[in-house]
Design a protein around this ligand. Structure first.
Ligand SMILES: [Zn+2]
Length: 410
């Protein structure tokens, strides 16, 4: 036998030996329910999905028949590098300055909590110093455990009042290009005021600047996410042709109609202000009046999202998770059900739809042959009770590796 042939046989044996067979009482694959499912995983990919299928000899059998299987979830809006360890005398927004390498190391905890929430992919929208690019690459290399990341680098703002800038539109294009040259997958623009306890939504980036950034991203083969808390920035973001619109409260009917017509993804991030509300006193120490403002904003955010859904908008689950918000990434699912989605529609807005938004619809978001083996086991049935996907995640596989296993501790 020639040495090359022996090597080839050994290689195929090794791949075969690593195959895993996962059994679920019930699997929701992203589109339909498969009873008594057998999912065969080879390397980092799913090889087959069958009902009552045979388990081939030599595969490692993983019995999850007590649970419902579903695709690994995708959080379309995170800030995974925003880390806070809860040290006394600090708040998330009042922490000592850290070197970016320290931030990257510490943020592994956020990554771990996201995985525990069943999130195997995130789109991370703004980080400083290249921390997001570093985490994405370390995770891809297998040197760090965390969800696969699509990142935007530092979010861009207006250059209209920047010292030394004479042409803010040209500068906007230049900065968008610089973000992409720095390794970002997406461009993120903060098109309005609004963050943390500030729920004002005043447009800060002009239509012309948004258009320049959008055209630059698209010309480079990338996509752009525009943040606008209020309606004016949202209207201009849609006009400029952004790919995803973040937050966007108080949009009028015409703006929503344009959003739908242009098939722009809408990421309303309703729950993140609920998170701020719950943490306003003990964690953030927001000033008096903040909670009232947050409550009022949540109502309007919800009403706008409901109106958009009824008009046919394509919507995605984005937690806008920061600091101690990691681990609660999928609470947005409950808001989506509350505004009128079926449980399956809500689950798709955290699986198959964001996969399409990312341009990964052939590889992410479904449990199907050829897809990355990103699979979650939850206690209960999320098609009946959405909370099963929000807080009952017990086991997570990402790219063929088991990264969370709480099946024995309960
Ligand atoms: Zn955000």
């Amino acid at each position: 036998m020639r040495p090359t042939l022996i090597a080839a046989l050994l290689l195929s044996f090794n791949v075969h030996a690593a195959d895993k067979a996962i059994r679920f009482g019930k699997l929701w694959d992203g589109h339909r329910v498969v009873p008594n499912a057998v999912v065969i995983v080879s390397g980092d990919r799913i090889q087959s999905v069958t009902s009552n299928g045979e388990i081939p000899p030599g595969t490692e059998a993983i019995d999850l028949r007590r649970y419902t299987g579903m695709p690994g979830m995708i959080d379309s809006h995170t800030h995974i590098t925003y880390y806070w360890n809860g040290a006394s005398g600090t708040t998330p927004l009042r922490q000592p300055r850290r070197h970016v390498a320290v931030t990257v190391f510490l943020a592994q905890e956020n990554a771990k909590k996201a995985l525990e929430a069943g999130v195997t992919t995130v789109r991370d929208l703004s980080a400083s110093g290249g921390a997001d690019v570093a985490m994405r690459d370390l995770i891809k290399m297998g040197a760090m455990i965390g969800p696969r990341m699509f990142v935007s680098g530092t979010g861009l703002r207006s250059y209209a009042n920047s010292p030394g800038v004479t042409d803010p539109i040209a500068e906007a294009a230049k900065q968008a290009k610089a973000v992409l040259d720095g390794g970002a997958d997406w461009v993120k623009v903060f098109g309005s005021t609004g963050s943390f306890d500030n729920v004002t939504g005043n447009q800060t980036v002009s239509y012309d600047e948004m258009k320049a950034m959008t055209d630059t991203a698209h010309a480079a083969g990338h996509k752009i996410a525009i943040h606008s808390y209020g309606p004016a920035g949202a209207r201009d973001a849609i006009r400029a042709g952004c790919d995803t619109l973040e937050h966007a409260t108080d949009m009028d009917d015409d703006t929503i109609a344009e959003l739908v017509r242009k098939r722009i993804w809408y990421v309303p991030t309703i729950d993140h202000n609920q998170y701020y509300l719950e943490n306003a006193d003990d964690v953030y120490h927001f000033p008096a009046g903040a909670k009232e403002n947050l409550s009022a904003y949540i109502q309007r955010n919800f009403a706008t999202a409901q109106k958009a859904f009824r008009a046919g908008a394509r919507m995605l689950v984005g937690s806008d998770a920061v600091y101690n918000g990691f681990g609660m990434n999928m609470r947005e699912l409950a808001w989506f059900v509350k505004l009128g989605m079926t449980n399956e529609q809500a689950l798709q807005s955290a699986t198959v739809l964001p996969a399409e938004m990312l341009g990964m619809e052939k590889e992410l978001g479904s449990v199907a042959p050829g897809y990355f083996a990103d699979v979650v086991a939850v206690e209960g049935d999320p098609l009946v009770d959405i909370q099963a996907a929000v807080r009952n995640v017990r086991w997570v596989m990402k790219g063929g590796a088991v990264v969370v296993d709480k099946t024995k501790t309960r």
